[in-house]
Ligand binder design. Structure first.
Ligand code: NAD
Length: 494
């Protein structure tokens, strides 16, 4: 049983902590692998301490997925679609509860938590339709004058899904929804940091009538993640998280030749040309780095600004930044909430210290905020050399670094001056230039003159070190399918 260390714990009595969801039921841990403190980031208090699941639990979950596999892979696509719609309905019925749990455990603003939940619902609905549209076979054409060529897409098989904490609802939905639509049973490992909103998915699965073993949840740490990769039953691993862990996942998956999708880190640019309205540009820049307290893989954390407007833009950015209200997610007047955990709080402060050691010019912020909770000041460093660690490394917090450019070519070169290639924003009144620059930037998701709009029909994933594969859209579904090409005599067609 979890031990409670804070009166706020009474708010989480309905969450099935210290258990696994396996074979369609909550069950006690087969093995405890240490303990995890779940925090309220707005106060810094421990909400509850829970035992984490162990390797034995991961193995049991994979066995349950294996037992469900034969039947589930043969289910009619329309039935899978109906089930995904019921999951979306159950999410919608718990919307307010999930927002409250995310605000409590992730520190998110209510509006950020609502986006996380609503985008998850949209993903389940999108893949419900995608499941219904699946065809048993596709006629490609004549193979020769006596034969026809067909393609059949089949579910890849048992899928291990490993997710981080920053948008726990939607990151999970981008994996669970297409996997189930394709006909794959899954084992999910949520982040141990944000178990409160994630574990509700087990109750949702039961209420939606997901067959036993089709969706299993193992609330463990790194060893459980490893065990979910290092297992011959598994056919597919989809991982979202840091590059360091992503590399380990890739190495462990290689031993079994698992299919893999990796959604990793970013250090994304926002390029601002000299023909834009400066106050509007400042609003775009701030949204790109301070939303979710900068804890976004796609945060546009490197500003490349035309030299002609740089001084004016910096002045406006500084005053807008200083007017930005930092506070708890439960206060609707807050515009930026706390960081998620003590580890993330320490990490961001480490980078602020590195900035001091590197003598970076701090335009604003650069420190933690006094008082309780994991709050840091939204921070901007101006005219940062591209050799700086803050220019090159993902911080995953509300820290923007900026540099100037003197030409379109230089803007492109600076935007691409990163090992990552996840996202990019371009701000320019000249749409043709916008297209030119976006074509030249190495990033999987890009926005011209707009905020970070992501829709299920699109696609999500990075170039270079930002990952392998795409989630969302048709590619997101194909990530859980294998193709078979079949040649038959002319008279054997359907
Ligand atoms: P993390 O890599 O520390 O952890 C991610 C998940 O992996 C967690 O569930 C963790 O328990 C698990 N894990 C840890 N060690 C493991 C191992 N050896 N084998 C298997 N699983 C293991 O990342 P985090 O701190 O939770 O999340 C932040 C990172 O996620 C950032 O780098 C961010 O850019 C990235 N991210 C990327 C995307 C994207 O779409 N590209 C989206 C969100 C977050």
């Amino acid at each position: 049983m979890p031990s409670s260390a804070d009166p706020d714990a009474s708010k989480i009595d309905d969450v099935q902590l210290g258990q696994c969801y396996i074979g369609g039921n909550w069950q006690p841990l087969a093995e405890a692998d240490g303990e995890q403190e779940l925090f309220n980031p707005a106060t810094g208090a421990v909400l509850v301490t829970v035992p984490l699941a162990g390797v034995a639990d991961a193995k049991q979950a994979l066995v349950a997925a294996g037992e469900a596999n034969g039947k589930w892979s043969q289910t009619a696509p329309a039935e899978r679609g109906a089930m995904l719609d019921r999951i979306a309905d159950e999410f919608a019925a718990r919307r307010e509860r999930l927002i409250a749990l995310s605000t409590l455990n992730n520190g998110k603003l209510r509006v950020e938590a609502a986006i996380d939940v609503d985008d998850a619902i949209a993903s389940y609905r999108y893949y419900a339709d995608a499941a219904r549209a699946l065809q048993p076979r596709e006629h490609i054409g004549a193979a020769d004058d006596q034969h026809q060529l067909y393609r059949c897409q089949v579910p890849v098989g048992i899928s291990s899904l490993i997710v981080p904490w920053n948008f726990p609802m939607v990151t999970t939905a981008w994996k669970v929804a297409p996997a189930l639509a394709a006909g794959c049973p899954v084992v999910l490992k949520p982040s141990e940091v944000t178990l409160l909103p994630e574990l509700v998915l087990g109750d949702i699965a039961s209420a939606a009538g997901v067959p036993a073993g089709v969706l299993n949840i193992v609330p463990g740490g790194a060893r459980v993640g490893q065990a979910m990769v290092d297992n011959p039953r598994v056919r597919k691993v989809s991982f979202t998280g840091s590059n360091a862990v992503g590399e380990q996942v890739m190495q462990n998956a290689a031993a079994h030749m698992h299919k893999i999708s990796l959604e990793l880190g970013g250090k994304s640019p926002i390029v601002v040309f000299d023909d834009v309205d400066l106050d509007w540009a400042v609003a775009q820049i701030m949204a790109g780095i301070f939303f979710n307290a900068g804890q976004m893989c796609s945060a546009t954390s490197r500003l490349v600004v035309a030299d002609a407007i740089a001084d004016d833009l910096y002045a406006r950015l500084k005053s807008a930044r200083e007017a930005l209200r930092v506070g708890p997610g439960s206060d609707d007047a807050s515009v930026m909430g706390p960081l998620v955990s003590p580890a993330q709080f320490a990490r961001v402060q480490d980078y602020m210290q590195i900035a001091q050691q590197e003598n970076l010019h701090c335009l604003s912020g650069g420190h933690a905020l006094d008082g309780k909770g994991f709050f840091v000041a939204p921070t901007v460093y101006a005219d940062v050399p591209t050799t700086s660690r803050l220019w090159r490394e993902e911080i995953f917090g509300p820290v923007l670094v900026s540099t100037r450019c003197n030409s379109e070519e230089e803007a492109i070169a600076l935007a691409n001056d990163s090992e990552f290639g996840l996202a990019a924003t371009v701000l320019s009144a000249d749409v043709e230039r916008g297209w030119r620059v976006m074509n030249a930037i190495d990033a999987g998701a890009q926005w011209l003159n707009g905020e970070q709009l992501v829709v299920p029909a699109g696609g999500w994933g990075g170039l270079k070190h930002s990952g392998i594969g795409r989630e969302l859209g048709t590619e997101g579904l194909q990530a859980y399918q294998e193709s078979k090409y079949i040649v038959v005599p002319n008279n054997a067609g359907p």
